[in-house]
Design a protein. Sequence first.
Length: 385
Amino acid sequence: MGSRTDSLQPLDASKLTYAYTTTPREVPDAKSLASNCKTICTDHMIAVSWDVENGWSTPELKPYGPFSLLPSASCLHYAYECFEGLKAYRGYDGKLRMFRTDRNSRRLLMSAERISLPRFDPDELEKLIYKLLSVDGAKWLPKSRAGDFLYVRPTIIGTDSQLGVATPTEALLYIIVGYMARMDTPTGGKRLLTNPDDMVRSWVGGFGYAKVGANYGPSVLATQEAYRQGYHQVLWLYGPEGDCTEAGGSNFFVIWKRKDGKKELVTAPLDDQLILNGVTRRSCLDLAKDRLKDELEVTERKFTIGEIQEAAADGRLLESFAAGTAWFITPIALIHHRGKDINIPTGPDGTPAEITGRIKGWLGDMMYGRVEHEWARVVPEKEVN
């Protein structure tokens, strides 16, 4: 005899219904995007509701627009909200590609479970992402914009009207697609300010490893102060020794020579659940272990700001970069820590140095179709009339 859980409707992309917009909007040009402070999204979105009695509803592709939520919706009071960020890339061969979408879909499931939102089949979410892009991709990222990207944001929120901390009984999964500015080429390289002593981004036993909204809003106060002082992001340190964790919302990498003379690429580990298991992070590590194994050692371990300072003083600090969806691979030129600058070598005018540039080039080639690779999948697009 099956349980009630067995009888609930699963998330099923094959049941997607289509309601196309009757008021299509103009695709903005580069000037309009640069001057608009709000995120401009495509014509359509996908939405699927869930409730504890029935499971997932029929997915709907429908015109992009506002939702109706009661003021008592649980997402507005208890942070029942998680999301993903990924990009769709217009290749130089004219094709639209997604990069390791399966990783994002599985991470969203992990985030949802961490905050008691409903489970779903991540393969079905991935199919829904592709279906939305197959409708809106050709218009909103035309072949004339080769080398550009769209930003994809799948999100799950608790929607039940319930004041009181309890497992949500209703939820909404939705997917939107919009534009995001390119951030991976700051003039002179990326500049980081370490976090103040009285503030951390995440903590052991917390939820820093999940992509939930509560990870981001509280960090903005420190980021605003960094901006005010002329820096791009905060380098988040943790614990009495100042363990390096993340650069803003990006994973943080250092390339140096160890005291034994061996070149090493190092980044923070996942085992203490302080940092996000970034898709770009994992891709950098996989590529480095495969293609750079004769040149350097790849290490996931705790390392401190003091180690970086010492390596810089000894002339052993070679490169550093941030890796993530938004910033992609961005060379770091400077870290300011407690009144002292740590200067980090880059290429001319803050461009990527040798190892950073090679990793960024390999990933960019996959994303934009210069090389075929299993990590980058082509989106089957519907032609624009």
